[in-house]
Write a protein that binds this ligand. Structure first.
Ligand SMILES: Nc1nc(=O)c2c([nH]1)NC[C@@H]1CN(c3ccc(C(=O)N[C@@H](CCC(=O)O)C(=O)O)cc3)C=[N+]21
Ligand SMILES: [Mg+2]
Length: 315
């Protein structure tokens, strides 16, 4: 494919795809309710008053209601102690109506995130942030119980857009525990040839230019420019950066890590921001929670009689 200036990439519509997924989930939840008298339960713990965190948590709780889950809300003050947060996690670990536990990040500075994430029961770690789930993700043949939602959503966007992964060159920008690193591992498990570009990489543009698939997760606005992109490449933009914009009522607008206007003239497929990866993150959280509830059911109902199967049964 050549990069003639009039060429325009196909937009990957994360809002529509996430909605399809929520419909699939809703139908499984209805069946679960009819046949077994149970619905999935998701507990969301938020500590402190960060505006962005409150917005995300509100969206998660709204989506839970939409698909028929029960949501358990625990809103704690910003000066809650680590011990108190751990107690809240423990209570949800022990509550059989709760199939998934999410502790909204970032936590206030006086609380150690790894201590809290490690306290979440492995069977309820729907964010996939528990070190054992991350460790399993890194191992061939040892599937984790839960895959982190944002990277999982990125792969699902590629799959549902008909983009082939096996054998392709993929470049991930960013190496965070919650997006870049797991995204690279997932691509590797799908037989892509994977490079990770990060803050110390020399000449990142030359690496990105080789990629058939780009996942950008660095949290720096419009860093990936049009001339970094191989014509026809698939671009998944995880960045959600607020930049000042006086023409907007809120005083800011959201932009990705990719310069959308430039990139969409070169790429074959591209996700918009907002409306790309963001909605998928929440859809994957719901999917992980549903699968967790199915796994609990599979322990109570003989597998051959189970009408809705979990993706994976044993630990
Ligand atoms: N334990 C934990 N799990 C998370 O999954 C988690 C977290 N902590 N902390 C913060 C990040 C961020 N995150 C997003 C979820 C949805 C959108 C989303 O739906 N964004 C919309 C735009 C929303 C808007 O307009 O502000 C979109 O991109 O279209 C974005 C970001 C989950 N996170
Ligand atoms: Mg593995």
């Amino acid at each position: 494919m050549d990069a003639s200036p009039e060429k325009v990439a196909k937009i990957i519509d994360g809002i529509a795809i996430a909605k399809d997924i929520r419909l699939e989930i809703t139908s499984d939840v209805q069946k679960m309710k009819e046949v077994y008298g149970k619905v999935p339960g998701l507990a969301v713990i938020i500590v402190g008053e960060r505006k962005d965190s409150q917005t995300y948590v509100r969206m998660k709780r709204r989506m839970c209601a939409e698909v028929g889950f029960v949501s358990f809300d625990k809103d704690m003050p910003g000066d809650a102690s680590e011990e108190e947060v751990l107690q809240a996690v423990k209570a949800f670990n022990e509550d059989s109506a709760v199939h998934g536990i999410l502790v909204q990040l970032p936590l206030p500075k006086h609380i150690d995130e790894q201590t809290v994430l490690s306290a979440i029961s492995l069977e309820k770690d729907v964010d996939g942030f528990h070190p054992l789930n991350i460790g399993r993700l890194a191992m061939k043949g040892r599937d984790p119980l839960f895959v982190p939602c944002t990277p999982k959503g990125c792969i699902d966007l590629l799959d549902r857009s008909g983009i082939k992964i096996a054998g392709k060159r993929a470049v991930v920008l960013g190496r965070s525990n919650i997006v870049g690193m797991p995204a690279a591992l997932l691509l590797l498990h799908r037989d892509a040839t994977v490079s990770i570009v990060h803050s110390k990489t020399e000449d990142p543009a030359s690496i990105v230019r080789q990629a058939d698939i780009v996942i950008a997760a660095i949290g720096r606005p419009e860093t990936v420019r049009g001339d970094w992109i191989k014509p026809g490449a698939a671009i998944i933009d995880v960045g959600t950066n607020a930049v000042d914009d006086a023409s907007k009522k809120a005083g800011y607008r959201l932009v990705g890590d990719v310069h959308f206007e430039e990139a969409s003239k070169v790429a074959g497929h591209i996700t918009p921001v907002p409306g790309g990866v963001g909605p998928m993150t929440i859809a994957m959280l719901l999917q992980n929670t549903l699968n967790s509830a199915k796994r609990v059911l599979a322990k109570e109902v003989p597998l051959e009689k189970l009408e809705i199967r979990p993706k994976q049964v044993a630990v």
